[in-house]
Design a protein. Structure first.
Length: 122
């Protein structure tokens, strides 16, 4: 997500016009608890905002694992596609052979009909 810091009096947040990218800590905490330090809506002893912080290493680890799993799935699907294409090629060849045999049988049937017609006509 993208965000801009807003100025919060008495905190480290001074506000700026720079657009930042990052995670919403409490949403990230629900998915990767070890990636977030602190509690949502926590306050300091004097009542100030105690922001949550994000530790990027657990996020990097989880994302890397997800990429590895996706890559394995991609490779598995790629191999399956190659096998299916090979099967289709073999089936296409078999279908071509069946069509050729059908054409030959049709021609032979026509010849037989002509012979039978000639025999009946005698």
């Amino acid at each position: 997500m993208t965000y801009n810091y807003r100025k919060i009096e008495g905190s480290m947040f001074t506000g700026d016009d720079v657009q930042h990218e990052g995670f919403i800590a409490d949403e990230l905490q629900a998915v990767i608890p070890s990636a977030v330090n602190g509690e949502k809506d926590a306050r300091t002893a004097d009542g100030g905002i105690q922001p949550q912080t994000v530790n990027s290493m657990p996020v990097i680890s989880v994302l890397t694992k997800a990429i590895q799993e996706q890559q394995a799935l991609i490779e598995e699907q790629r191999a399956r596609i190659v096998a299916l294409e090979a099967g289709n090629t073999a089936k296409d060849a078999a279908l071509d052979a069946i069509r050729a045999q059908l054409d030959a049988n049709t021609a032979l049937m026509q010849q037989l009909q002509q012979v039978l017609s000639a025999q009946i006509g005698k």
